[in-house]
Design a protein around this ligand. Structure first.
Ligand SMILES: [Zn+2]
Length: 394
């Protein structure tokens, strides 16, 4: 493979105190030197020295004055948003995306790039390399790393896609390693359901929730489960594949080689496929949602069937994991205002009552872009893809 020989910088942090300061700012937001000392337990002079080094490296920025309740206003420090940035890549079955963001996770909206997912793996690596290099050239500050949200079964230790039912060109490949070598920056690779969990834990509605689950129904179907503040991954990170549980033994063929899998009947893709088949024209889920919102097509049968199977999936997650909050990520519920209520009602009928009563079913706020960004920021600031410590509230 043709490649630049740029050497990855590895972890950007040489000293433990630097890591601790970044972690505390990542977890709690902007604060003064004195507050950093209080939160980390590091002595005042060490905090001052560490902050100076991080400011010089461009990883921190000194923010606006804040008006404390008492005493003089102090300068606050925050993770850099202008001097350095990170990139986030979303690999999808049909489309790929690349965005940039500050270390505070704020996405630079003007810079979104999308392209059709190449059929060959080599072209996928080339396309990401080319777009990322252009973005790195455009960004005035330094790009510190790239986070990647990836579908399929991702082996955690090997950072390798073992098997990807809807993206077979990545089977056996190590996209994170290949892009690290090409681009010369640190990479973090996160399974897409876990990326959605990370987005919700870091920037969304799960910042203070220790036990929650995420059901992704946008392309395939996957589950992410967070228990005690950590993502459950199974022995090698291959867990969470609820989408490939059989619900119809005579059902449609699935990308995994089986038939009648949940993801063939209870996802955005399944709904778009069923309606397209009846209307004799290929529609994307975005087109279907728009048509339904304008009442331009009728597809009550298809909607009812998808909701019924989706309730089976949600009830399975509720019965198995007893989550305190269960997020749903997908587009189809946007099609009609009553769909969420109908889904809730069906789920209540299928799930065990005590576990259902314990669970708050909500729409996800985050997305895979934010999850990819969260993954690389956590990797750079804490050395791993997920947050180091999370408060364990009620
Ligand atoms: Zn399957």
């Amino acid at each position: 493979m043709n490649r630049s020989r740029a050497k990855p910088r590895g972890s950007i942090l040489r000293h433990l105190s630097e890591r601790e300061v970044l972690t505390v700012l990542q977890g709690h937001g902007p604060m003064s030197r004195a507050e950093i000392a209080r939160h980390t337990g590091i002595s005042g002079p060490t905090v001052t020295r560490t902050v100076s080094a991080l400011l010089e490296a461009g990883l921190l920025e000194e923010g606006d004055m804040r008006q404390p309740a008492l005493g003089r206003p102090g300068r606050v420090l925050r993770l850099a948003t202008r001097t350095v940035s990170v990139l986030g890549a979303v690999v999808g079955a049909k489309q790929c995306e690349l965005v940039s963001a500050g270390l505070d996770g704020a996405i630079h909206v003007e810079g979104l790039r999308t392209f059709a997912t190449p059929v060959r793996y080599r072209d996928l690596v080339n396309a990401f390399t080319q777009h990322a290099r252009q973005m790195m050239a455009e960004r005035s500050g330094q790009v510190q790393g790239l986070g990647i949200s990836m579908p399929g079964l991702l082996h955690r230790r090997e950072r390798r896609t073992v098997f990807s039912p809807n993206l077979h060109q990545t089977d056996g490949q190590r996209l994170g390693e290949d892009l690290r070598e090409r681009l010369g920056v640190e990479t973090a690779i996160v399974q897409e359901s876990h990326a959605l969990c990370l987005a919700e834990m870091t920037y969304g509605a799960a910042r203070d929730v220790a036990d929650f689950a995420m059901l992704d129904i946008s392309e395939g179907m996957g589950v992410g489960v967070v228990h005690g503040g950590h993502i459950l991954e199974g022995h090698s990170g291959l867990g969470g594949e609820l989408g490939h549980v059989t619900v119809d033994i005579h059902g449609k063929p699935c990308g995994c080689g089986n038939r009648g899998c949940l993801e063939t009947v209870a996802t955005d893709t399944a709904l778009a496929g069923a309606i397209s088949a009846r209307l004799g024209r290929k529609y994307t889920i975005e087109e279907i949602v728009a048509l339904l919102q304008r009442d331009e097509i009728a597809c009550e049968d298809e909607l009812t069937e998808v909701l019924e199977y989706l309730a089976v999936a949600l009830a399975a997650v509720i019965n198995l994991f007893n989550p305190n909050k269960l997020f749903i990520h997908g587009r189809l519920l946007d099609a009609r205002r009553d769909l969420f209520e109908r889904l809730l009602e069906r789920t209540q009928r299928r799930a065990l009552a005590p576990a259902m009563a314990d669970c708050n079913l909500v729409r996800a706020q985050g997305n895979k872009r934010l999850g990819a960004i969260a993954g690389i920021i956590h990797r750079l600031t804490t050395g791993r893809e997920e947050p180091l410590e999370r408060s364990a509230p009620s």
